[in-house]
Design a protein around this ligand. Sequence first.
Ligand code: AMP
Ligand code: MG
Length: 414
Amino acid sequence: MPDGLVSVDDFLARVLADLRPAEPVAVPLLDALGLVCAEDVRAPLSLPRFDNSAMDGYAVRLDDVRAASGDDPVVLPVVGQIGAGQAGPSSIAPGQVAKIMTGAPVPDGADAVVPYEWTDRGTDSVRISQAPSERQHIRPAGGDVTEGDHLISAGTRLGPRHLGLLASIGRAEVSVHPRPRVLILSTGSELRDPGEPLGADSIYDGNSYLLAASARRFGATDVRIGIVPDDEDAFLALLHDRLDEADVVVTSGGVSQGDFDIVKAALRTLGTVWFGGVAMQPGKPQGFGVVGERRVPIFTLPGNPVSSYISFELFVRPALRTLMGLSPAVEPTTTATLDGSVSSLSGKRQFLRGRFARDADGPTVTVRPIGGTGSHLVGDLAASNALIVVPEELTSLEPGAQVQVVLLDRGTHE
Ligand code: AMP
Ligand code: MG
């Protein structure tokens, strides 16, 4: 490792060391989509709750219809109609049938359902031309879920099917690890909000959007504060004012060696934030620690947009996942064949922008380098969909090399 630098892996380990999943909260079902369940869910009732019909037809006593055939149909009186959720006869006597619709409770005495297709669909009496087998077309109570069954384990990421099941057993809320609230602030006196006029030496604040969108995409709640000028007191005052709204703070800019790198200067006075260099390119200057009485984790990302974005992907995302009760790693990086040549600094892990493509008719995957190494190149960043990882010990790679690739457009559910 070059002098004084921390490796990417060591820095990530330092970030994750003290993070734990956030305290569970109960939320309405739909708010739990994509979140990790924090309770073991058991069935408070059986599903189906009662024997019910799987077909539209007639509830019958098997003994009455056993002999029915096309040549020799059985004709029986219909004593009533039972629709789903609409009261009807609760029992049938020998020699009687009741019309029954799908999902309606099977009346006492009935032991099969004859579907419409085997009848003349009669109203007062019905002609039945085929005999069902015992309990045919009856969905038995408890045939799906039995009261007391273990249905969902703590640690499960809740998707539509889990939420459907929870609703089906009558749960209106479920306990989950909540979305972390991420407070995002961009530092820099040169920054202006999109839509505002620019001065001769000002630029638009791309980072707070880049980072807020990343936070949101990974399942967190973003609280985008926007721009803070390069003023230590203003920065600390704002942080102090808004810290209540945050489970994680992410800043960009102001952590290098410049005269106006106020984030480092301001936070150093607290003594709870580490600043140093990480052996990576881009993204060398980093800071991580905690602020406030609640010891809210804070990431101070470098200001260059590409550095900021890659740092978020590599360090903030695993932290957010941990707080949400997920494993920090998203998935192992993928291997691809390099379609181009690249060079890299010795001793640093290089993350180059690339375009990843899967061969339509085979398993071949290639990645083509995009643009240069400059960490200000937001156009190239937007055109990329992957990061090409060049390990610390390599300084160049030729076309055809097998390289590790971080895919950037994975959904929030991975
Ligand atoms: P800094 O880390 O504050 O020295 O910033 C490094 C570079 O990134 C400078 O060129 C800044 O103007 C630029 N930069 C810092 N913050 C932002 C931002 N929020 N949006 C776009 N560029 C930024
Ligand atoms: Mg700056």
